[in-house]
Write a protein that binds this ligand. Structure first.
Ligand code: MV4
Length: 451
């Protein structure tokens, strides 16, 4: 087992990993930028190394500085968290070359699943349901017209290097295809330095339901059931829940089996997430596979009483998994609390938290790195806390979330707490009747005048 793990991340996920290291008796090393000197993960780790100035490119993305920090602290493993270098094949390879265990996917696995067209071809070969469309990357616009005709409009053009919606265009009729093809390729080239495109039949108003999987070094995989992540704004998840209100026992069994088949086919090691699109007829289709721990992993932990970070560390240390699948016994909801103003286009609202009262009580989990007196730096993503409620039923979990959001009091910055509080009263949300199109139509009520 590892003696010391360097956590190459910041914020709540760095704290999350450090906490599990402590429980496992593993020493932890925090890395931090100048802007994060006062951050909680620095205070909670056994050791801390400043790796550079505020800019991510000079700190949390600076591979040489992170490896140097691991060398001088004699860390035998690095946990990358999510974002930053968590799905960077070059960093995974550099860790290998320095004999430091990367607690994540191998370089080849990251490359294979990061290339979306290639990932899809692999899943087709594995017998995992995929959206009909092109066989791999489309070479020319002439081929694009041909594939669109064969697929049938509406179609979705997608960037192979993409993800999170960048370089993606829905096309409803042939006359719009050329503009979409050119603008999507331009956007993808600018964002990823690659303009390979593939095409799929457009699935209208899908749900985004993902399956958590864990694979071990023997090639065995299991699933830990689903998370419904359909409530998103501009491809940013806002709230997630498990079980999905759209799920049936049969659908869970079929999606779980498909996700395990995918993981075992590619000999996936570690914690991963197989994302599916689910249409209104409950047909499900492979979308993408993420080779990292996800922001929303806590709701899965809550309903099966499991520590996913511990599982990642055990698998990375070569310990076989039990192999059994897990089905949810409870209901859990996560609301991502961001330092953003929901009444002004969710624009970022960094600054000093002057007052903070955290919710508590039975069934409340708050994963956060912030505290009263902490100044939120403007340099990083705006998520400051994940509020998670767990109860026997969905209704009780929603009710508990209402109560927890009412208790959650933060002054000094704007947050998305009011957004989530209104969401919990929305009839379609309460009915579980929502798709990825939910946020396209819903507008929040205006703020109540501050007294
Ligand atoms: C789709 C789709 C409809 N049909 N593919 C969005 C980003 C990337 N994960 C893939 N995405 C989509 N792919 C086909 N064939 C609709 C989306 C989509 C979406 C998917 C999941 C969650 C939110 C979304 C918001 C807009 C579009």
């Amino acid at each position: 087992m590892f003696k010391k793990i360097l956590v190459a991340n910041r914020g709540e996920i760095a704290l999350r990993v450090i906490r599990t290291c402590k429980e496992m008796g593993i020493k932890s090393v925090a890395v931090y930028s100048k802007a994060d000197e006062e951050s909680l993960h620095v205070k909670f780790a056994d050791e801390a190394v400043c790796i550079g100035p505020a800019a991510s490119s000079e700190s949390y993305l600076k591979m040489s500085n992170i490896i140097a920090a691991a060398e001088i602290t004699n860390a035998d493993a690095i946990h990358p968290g999510y974002g930053f270098l968590s799905e960077n094949a070059k960093f995974s390879r550099i860790c290998e070359e320095h004999n430091i265990k990367f607690i994540g996917a191998s370089p080849d696995m990251i490359d294979r699943m990061g290339d979306k067209a290639n990932a899809k071809s692999t899943m087709i070969a594995a017998g995992v349901p995929c959206v009909p469309g092109s066989e791999g990357v489309i070479e020319t616009f002439k081929d694009c017209i041909k594939v669109a005709k064969e697929t049938g409009y509406p179609v979705m053009l997608k960037a192979s290097a993409g993800g999170g919606g960048k370089g993606m265009r829905a096309v409803w009729k042939e006359e719009d295809l050329q503009d979409a093809w050119e603008s999507a390729r331009q956007e993808s080239l600018a964002a990823f330095g690659n303009n390979d495109m593939y095409m799929e039949k457009l699935i209208e108003e899908p749900r985004h339901i993902e399956i958590q999987v864990v694979g071990d070094s023997r090639g065995k995989a299991c699933h830990l059931s689903e998370r419904d992540c359909s409530i998103q704004r501009r491809h940013q998840k806002l709230t997630e829940e498990t079980p999905s209100p759209f799920m049936t026992d049969k659908l869970r069994e079929d999606m779980g089996a498909a996700a395990v088949k995918a993981a075992e086919y590619i000999k996936y090691e570690g914690a991963g997430t197989v994302e599916f699109l689910v249409d209104k007829h409950r047909n499900f289709y492979f979308m993408e596979m993420n080779t990292r721990i996800q922001v929303e992993h806590p709701i899965t932990e809550q309903v099966i009483d499991f520590d996913l970070i511990r599982e990642q560390i055990m698998v990375a240390a070569g310990i076989p998994i039990s192999g059994k699948n897990y089905l949810p016994n409870l209901h859990s909801i996560e609301c991502r609390i961001n330092a953003e103003d929901p009444y002004n286009g969710f624009r970022p609202s960094p600054g000093k938290i002057t007052v903070l009262h955290a919710p508590g009580g039975h069934g409340i989990r708050l994963d956060t790195h912030v505290y009263a007196g902490y100044s939120i730096p403007p340099n990083y993503d705006s998520m400051i806390a994940k509020l998670i409620t767990t109860a026997q039923t969905r209704e009780e979990a929603i009710n508990k979330m209402r109560r927890a959001l009412d208790e959650f009091h933060i002054e000094g910055i704007k947050t998305t707490i009011p957004f989530h509080r209104q969401l919990m009263d929305h009839p379609d949300y309460i009915a579980g009747n929502y798709t990825t199109a939910f946020m396209d139509t819903w507008k929040m009520e205006e703020p109540v005048d501050e007294e």
